[in-house]
Design a protein around this ligand. Sequence first.
Ligand SMILES: *[C@@H]1O[C@H](CO)[C@@H](O)[C@H](O)[C@H]1NC(C)=O
Ligand SMILES: *[C@@H]1O[C@H](CO)[C@@H](O)[C@H](O)[C@H]1NC(C)=O
Ligand SMILES: *[C@@H]1O[C@H](CO)[C@@H](O)[C@H](O)[C@H]1NC(C)=O
Ligand SMILES: *[C@@H]1O[C@H](CO)[C@@H](O)[C@H](O)[C@H]1NC(C)=O
Ligand SMILES: *[C@@H]1O[C@H](CO)[C@@H](O)[C@H](O)[C@H]1NC(C)=O
Ligand SMILES: *[C@@H]1O[C@H](CO)[C@@H](O)[C@H](O)[C@H]1NC(C)=O
Ligand SMILES: *[C@@H]1O[C@H](CO)[C@@H](O)[C@H](O)[C@H]1NC(C)=O
Length: 480
Amino acid sequence: MLLSVVAVLLLFSCTSGENPAIQVLLTNKGLQYGNHAGTDWIQGILESVTLPDFSGYVTYFPLVKMGFTLTGTQIKKCDLPEPSTEFYPDSTGFKTSLSGLSVALSGQWSNSFLGMHDSGTFDMAVFGVDVTSVVKLGKDACGHLSVTSVSCDARVGRVDVNLRGGTRRTFPRFVKKFRSSITPQIESRICPYVKEFIGNLEQHLQAMNVSFDVDQALTLDLALTSLPVVSVSSLSLGLKGEFYNKNPPPFEAPSFTVPEQQGYMLSMGLSDFTMNSALYGYYSAGVYRTLINDSVIPKCFPLHLNTSLMGPYIPQLPKMFPGLLMNLRVYATEAPVSSFQPDAVKLGFHGAIEAFAIQPNATETPLFQLSVVSNFSSKVWIAGETVKGSASMDNFTLTLVGSKVGPFKTDALEKVARKGVEMVLAKVNETLGKGILLPRLVYARLVDSVLKVHEGFVVLFSDAEVFTDRSFSSHTNRAV
Ligand SMILES: *[C@@H]1O[C@H](CO)[C@@H](O)[C@H](O)[C@H]1NC(C)=O
Ligand SMILES: *[C@@H]1O[C@H](CO)[C@@H](O)[C@H](O)[C@H]1NC(C)=O
Ligand SMILES: *[C@@H]1O[C@H](CO)[C@@H](O)[C@H](O)[C@H]1NC(C)=O
Ligand SMILES: *[C@@H]1O[C@H](CO)[C@@H](O)[C@H](O)[C@H]1NC(C)=O
Ligand SMILES: *[C@@H]1O[C@H](CO)[C@@H](O)[C@H](O)[C@H]1NC(C)=O
Ligand SMILES: *[C@@H]1O[C@H](CO)[C@@H](O)[C@H](O)[C@H]1NC(C)=O
Ligand SMILES: *[C@@H]1O[C@H](CO)[C@@H](O)[C@H](O)[C@H]1NC(C)=O
C-alpha cells in the first residue's frame, strides 16, 4: 500500500500536466518519407546480415522429436517490398503491413537424435511473407517517448529448401520431414523477432536524455508533457521546452496550437515561453551584468568615461570631480521578456546603470544611478539551412533614479547612450545576418524550411532528408 502511494507520488514529481512549449507534428508526408527511407536502410543492412541461430525440430512419430539447428544463415537475396505504414489512432501509434517479402538464405544445418549427429549445408527460399505490426506510442513517468508492440501477425506463403551433405541413413527421411514442418516454424518466429526489435527501440528511447546542458548556465528540458496524440493524418508530440538555471522560471507556458500543413513533413512550434525561460535562466545566473570602463569605448565615440570630459552631459561633474576615470556598472533589474508577434520578435529590457568615479587610490566613489528601459524588434527568416535575422531598437529611455552630484537632465546622455547601443546592435545585426545553422543530425537534415512568426509562437515547417548509406557520401543528393 505504502509502496503504491510512493510510486504515485514519484509519478507526479516527475511530470505535472503543464502545457508544452515545443510541439512537433509529423504529417503523413513525413511518415511516408520515413517509411521509404527506413525500407532503404533495412534493405541495405539485410544484405550483410547473419541471422541468429534457429533451433527447431521435426516429428517422426507422436512424441518422437529430432532437434535441428540452422547456423550461419546468410541472406543471399532479399526483395523487400515497401511496407505500408499509417497512423493508427485506435492504438495511438502506427500500423505497418509488409506484404509479399521473399528471401533467399543459405547456411549450415545440423541435427542430433539419440546421440547421433548429422550436418551439412542448405539453401532456402522463403516466399510470400506477410507481416502486420501495430505499435503504440506512449510516455513514461519521466517524459521519455515509449513504444510498445500491440499486435503482430505473420504469415509465410511457401518455403523451398535444399539440404545437402547428410551422411546418415536417416537423412532422406529428415529432409522430407524438414520440408513439411519448416514453414509454420519460421512463421512462429517472425513476431517474436518483431517484438524484440521494438523492445530494443524502447530501450534506446528510455536511455535517451530528456534534458541537455546547453552551456554552463542553462539546461534545456525536453521531456514529453503529455501522451503523444495520433490522428489519421498526423502524430503530435508536446515537449516541455523549458530552459532553466537552478530554478524553473516563475511563469508558465501558455497553450498554443501548431497549424497542420500536410505539404510539409514536419511542423515544429516554439512558444515564446521557451525564449523567456532562457532569458530568465541567464538572468538568474547573473549573465546580464557588465562593467564598462573607458578602455572599451572607441576613441572616436563622443562620450568618454573621464569626469573632466562629462561637461556636455552633466555640467557640474567636471567641477566636483575633475580628471577622474569612471566605471559604469550595467545590469538587468529584471529578466528580459520577449514575445513573438506576427512577423516580428520583440524584446524588452529593464536595467540600471551605476556610475562611479575612480579615485587615485582606486576607491570607487558613487556618482549617479540611471534606469534603462529599452525595446528591440527583430525579424527572423530562413535562408537555405540557416536561420537569419535582423535586429533594431524601437525605444530607449534613460531616467535618473539617484544622484550624489545633484540633478541633471538625461536627454544628452540618453542620446549618446542610444548611439552606443546602436553600435552594439550593428554587431548583433551582422551576426544575425550571417545566420545560425539549423540543427542537423548525423543521419538527417532539414530542407525547404519555412519559418513563420505568429502571436505567441513561431512555427518551422520543413521537409527532412535522411542520408541512407547510398546518399550519405553525397549530402547534396535528395533521396527520392
Ligand atoms: C545524459 O546526461 C548525463 C548527465 O547530464 C550525461 O552524463 C550523459 O552522457 C548523457 N547521455 C547521453 C546519451 O547524452
Ligand atoms: C576595462 O574593462 C576591460 C573589459 O572588461 C578589462 O579587460 C580591462 O582590464 C579594464 N581596464 C581597466 C583599466 O580597468
Ligand atoms: C581626463 O581628461 C582630461 C582632459 O582631457 C585629461 O587631462 C586627463 O588626463 C584625463 N584623465 C585620464 C585619467 O585619462
Ligand atoms: C517595452 O519593454 C517593456 C519591458 O519589457 C515592456 O513592458 C513594454 O511593453 C515594451 N513596449 C513595447 C512597445 O513593446
Ligand atoms: C581614497 O581616496 C578618497 C578621496 O581622496 C578618500 O575619501 C578615501 O578615504 C580613500 N580611501 C582609501 C582606502 O585610502
Ligand atoms: C518610448 O517610450 C516612452 C515611455 O515608455 C514613450 O513615451 C515613447 O513614446 C516611446 N517612444 C517610441 C518611439 O516608441
Ligand atoms: C540591421 O540590418 C538590417 C538589414 O539586414 C537593416 O535594415 C537595419 O538597419 C540594421 N540595423 C542596425 C541597427 O544596424
